[in-house]
Design a protein. Structure first.
Lengths: 113, 116
């Protein structure tokens, strides 16, 4: 069964600190993995996208890693800012005759001043 | 502005009623996806259309239906509304009908439906 599991479910850190969010997946055959940021009440916005051959990708203070062998990904946020408070969603796509896009349930990150 | 336009932004209606949510995809995108997000829940995939044809179906209730028109905009019809249908409904678009390669889903701002 195609699944995407994220941990932790929620996280609170102080402004300026770093954090790492985890994503484990069992989606097969794997096509790509994306991280989205969703502010409360807003639509998700793509942060990074990685295909099988990529193991790291950065977008400013956000760095995503992918280990296709262990089927794990992480999103590292450096020097957190109050505006980083949001839900972070891991999304994995599978090759199929029709689009197969599996969403994780997200990690809710809160940054405290 | 993501380029995906959803209307209305907010909608309040009563149980038993019927509403239509509209989505205009990003220019050049042929694929439209609909998602439901209840309070503090993850995104639940409802249905996908590609160039006017249904491509994939998720956990969409029989009371819900959708279509994609020749100009590629899509409408999600929700009927016999229940209190539990209150949620954010997101539309997303992508260039192709597959989640392959660098095909990124671009989301609209959502339509917030409140059923009283």
């Amino acid at each position: 069964k195609n699944q995407v599991e994220q941990s932790p479910q929620s996280l609170i850190i102080l402004e300026g600190k770093n954090c790492t969010l985890q994503c484990n997946y069992t989606v097969s055959p794997f096509s790509n993995l994306r991280w989205y940021k969703q502010d409360t009440g807003r639509g998700p916005v793509s942060l990074t996208i990685m295909t099988f051959s990529e193991n790291t990708k950065s977008n400013g203070r956000y760095t995503a890693t992918l280990d296709a062998d262990t089927k794990q990904s992480s999103l590292h946020i450096t020097a957190s800012q109050l505006s980083d408070s949001a839900s972070y969603i891991c999304v994995v796509s599978a090759y199929s005759s029709a689009s197969k896009i599996i969403f994780g349930s997200g990690t809710r990150l809160s940054i405290r001043p | 502005d993501s380029g995906v336009t959803q209307t209305p932004k907010h909608l309040i209606t009563a149980t038993g009623q019927r509403v239509t949510l509209r989505c205009s995809p990003r220019s050049g995108d042929l694929s439209v996806y609909w998602y439901q997000q209840s309070l503090d829940q993850g995104l639940q995939f409802l249905i996908q259309y590609y160039n006017g044809e249904e491509r994939a179906k998720g956990n969409i209730l029989e009371r819900f239906s959708a279509q994609q028109f020749p100009d590629l905009h899509s409408e999600l019809n929700l009927s016999s509304l229940e209190l539990g249908d209150s949620a954010l409904y997101f539309c997303a678009s992508s260039a192709s009908d597959r989640g392959t390669g660098a095909n990124v889903l671009t989301f609209g701002a959502g339509s917030r439906l409140t059923v009283l």
